[in-house]
Write a protein that binds this ligand. Sequence first.
Ligand code: HEC
Ligand code: HEC
Ligand code: HEC
Ligand code: HEC
Ligand code: HEC
Length: 452
Amino acid sequence: MRCRACLSLVLFLLILPGMAVYAASGGDLKGTHDYEEFEKPQACRQCHQDIFRQWEQSMMSQAYTHHWDEVEYFELAVAHTENDPNVPAEVHEGCNGCHAPLAFMAGDVPPPRPGESRADESVSCEVCHTITGKAEGTPFNFSWTIEPGKDKRAQRSPDEVTKSPHHNMVQSDFHRTTEFCGTCHNEQSPYGVMVKATQIELLEGPYGDEGVRCQDCHMTYSEGRSARIGSKHDDVAQHLFHGGHDPGKVNGVVELRIHPDIREVVIGEPVQFTLALFNQKTGHKFPTGSVEDRLLWVEVEAVDADGNAYHLPVDKKGFDGEEFTIASDELAYTDMSVPLNDPGFKGVRRDGHVPVGDRIFRMPYLNPDGEITIMQWHTASFGVDYRMGPRETKLETYTFDVPFEAAPGEMTVTATMYYALLVPTVADLLGAPEEGEPMLVNTHSTTVTVLD
Ligand code: HEC
Ligand code: HEC
Ligand code: HEC
Ligand code: HEC
Ligand code: HEC
C-alpha cells in the first residue's frame, strides 16, 4: 500500500510539476488501517454519555455527512478531478484524511455517499484517542501518527492514568497541545500554500504568546465525571467543538462602537462616522479555517426622523487589493465551470447579497489564473489579508453627505456585522442555501441631529 502511494506521488509530481501533494504529510496513511481496527463511537456512549452527546452535536461527528460538505466534496472536488486531467485523484482522496479519516486509512476513497459506510463516523472518538503524535515540524494535512486497535484499545488522554473496564489508558501530553488540532486545522493546497492556518494564526497572535490553546476555548474544562462509572475530576474536558456553526459562538465575536465627528449636522454637508471593531473572542483570525467560503461584513445605515433609510458605503483606505474588501456586484468563481461541466458558466455575484460599498473582512483565495475561487484545493496564492486578527481593533470611516430630502430631527446611524458560512450566491447555486444564511455578529448605534 505504501509503495502504491509512493508511485502515485511520483506520477502526480510528473503531471503537475511544482505542486506539493497531500502525500507529503499524512498521505502515506492511505490504506494502512481497516475500518475494523476502530471501535464505533456508540461503543463509548454507555460510559461516556455526556461526552458522546456533545460530540454528536458538534461538527466533528458530521465532517463527512454534513450537507454542504457532501455537496462540495462530490459536486466540486471529485467532479474537478474527473473533468480536468490535470487535477489528479489524490486531491479529492486527501479531503478524507481530515473529514473521513477512517475511510482514508481503509483506502475506501472516494467513500460512498453519506448513509452507506463507516466514513460517516467522520472525526470519531477513536481517531482522536488513538493518535500518538505527529510528524516533525509544523503540523498540516493530517500529519499525525496513529496506533489503533493495539494494546487492548488504548485510549490516549493527557490526564494521569486512571482505570477503565473497557480499555487501557496511555498518558499523552500531545492531546493537550495546539499541534494536535493543527494536524487537521492547518491545510496545504496542492500548490503549496496554507489554505487553512488556524493553529499557525494562534501561535503568531497574542494568545499563542500567552500559552492559550484551542482546547481552552473549544473544549472548556468543568468539574464533573468523564465516565458515569468514573470518579469526579475538577477539569473534565467538554467535547463542545463549537465554532462557526454555532450562532452563540459567533455572536459577539467582534464588538462594534460607532460615533460621529459632529453631533449637529446641516443638510447637504458631510458628517464622518468612525466605527471601531474589536475582535474580543477568537484566538485565531476571524474568519479562520474555510476562509474561501466565508463572508464577514458590516452594513451601516442611517434612519432619519421620518423613518427614511440611507445606506452608507465605507470610505476607501487605498491599500493594495482593497477592491476585494468592498462589496461590488461583479460576477466571480467561474473556475467552477470545470467541475460543474458548464463551459458557458458566467459566475455568480462575488459578494453574495452584500450591499455594494460595504466593507468585507476577508482574504481572497486566488486560483493559478489569479481569479478568486472557493475551491481551496485550486488555490495558488492569496489576495490581501483583511480579516480581524485576534484582539485586533480596526477603524473604518463613513463620510455621509446628509441628503436634501432628510427630515430634520434625530437621525440614528447603526452598524451591523454579519457572518455567512458560505457566499450566499454560491450556496444558492449549489443547492445548500442553509449554509448562506447570515448570522448576526453584533450591532451598535449612534445619533446625530439634522438641523432645520
Ligand atoms: C488538513 C485537513 C483537511 C483537508 C485535507 C480538507 N479539509 Fe475540509 N475542512 C477541514 C477543517 C478543519 C474544516 C473546518 C474549518 C472551519 O470550520 O472553518 C474544514 C471545512 C470544510 C468545509 C466547510 C464545512 C462547513 O460546514 O462549512 C468543506 C465544504 C470542506 N472542508 C471540504 C473539503 C474538501 C472538498 C476537501 C478536499 C479537496 C477538504 N475539505 C480537505 C479540514 C480539512
Ligand atoms: C480565545 C478563544 C479561542 C481560541 C484559543 C481558539 N478559538 Fe477557535 N474560535 C473561537 C471563537 C469565538 C470562534 C467563533 C468565531 C468564528 O467562527 O471564527 C472560533 C471558531 C473556530 C472555528 C470555526 C471557524 C469558522 O467560522 O469557520 C474553528 C475551526 C476553530 N475555531 C478552531 C480552533 C483551533 C484549531 C484552535 C487552536 C489552534 C482555536 N480554534 C483556538 C475562539 C477561540
Ligand atoms: C465500560 C465503560 C467504558 C467504555 C465502554 C469506554 N470507557 Fe473510556 N473510560 C471509562 C472509565 C471508567 C474511565 C476512567 C474515568 C475516570 O477518570 O474516572 C475511562 C477513561 C477514558 C479516557 C481517559 C480519561 C481520563 O480521565 O484520563 C478516554 C480518553 C476514554 N475513556 C475514551 C474512551 C473511548 C474513545 C471509548 C470508546 C471507544 C471508551 N472510552 C469506552 C469507561 C469506559
Ligand atoms: C477532535 C478530537 C477528539 C474527538 C473527536 C474526541 N475527543 Fe475525547 N479528548 C480529546 C482531547 C484533545 C482531550 C484532552 C483535552 C484536555 O484535557 O486538554 C480529550 C479528552 C477526553 C476524555 C477525558 C476527559 C477528561 O478531561 O477527563 C474522555 C473520557 C474522552 N475524551 C472521550 C471521548 C469520547 C467518548 C469521544 C467520542 C464520543 C471523544 N472523546 C471524541 C480529543 C477528542
Ligand atoms: C482528525 C482531524 C481533526 C482533528 C485532530 C481536529 N479537528 Fe476540528 N475539525 C475537523 C474537521 C474535518 C472539521 C470540519 C467539520 C465540517 O465539515 O464542518 C472540524 C471542525 C472543527 C470546528 C468547527 C466547528 C464549527 O461549528 O464550524 C472546531 C471549533 C474544531 N474543529 C476544533 C478542534 C479542536 C479544538 C481540535 C483539537 C483539540 C480539533 N478540532 C482537532 C477535523 C479535526
